[in-house]
Ligand binder design. Structure first.
Ligand SMILES: [Ca+2]
Length: 99
């Protein structure tokens, strides 16, 4: 599988919210601190997940509470919850006080 650029892999096994956020931020192509559906889809593809496009759409439906098309900082925790519940990514804590 060819990637145009190298992405740091998500740590195997249990990860922390901080690690997950750091990993996800690599896909924030325009650096605005939010994650669009396209950026999320790219992130999921890098995990070699099946149905990345569909999962990204589902994740947006669950996480993008204000329906502005991106997951912003206030909505990130909803995306983490989705990742744990539906993508089987284990995170040691869901609370994130590091902002
Ligand atoms: Ca939003």
């Amino acid at each position: 599988m060819a990637f145009t650029r190298y992405h740091r892999a998500l740590p195997q096994g249990e990860t922390t919210v901080g690690e997950f956020r750091a990993w996800l931020s690599q896909f924030d192509a325009n650096g605005d601190g939010t994650i669009s559906r396209e950026e999320l889809e790219r992130a999921l593809r890098s995990l070699n997940l099946w149905f990345a496009r569909w999962k990204a759409r589902e994740a947006m439906r669950e996480a993008d509470a204000n329906r502005n098309g991106v997951v912003d900082r206030d909505e990130m925790v909803r995306l983490y919850a989705f990742a744990q519940k539906h993508l089987h990514i284990k995170m040691s804590e869901l609370e994130d006080n590091s902002y």
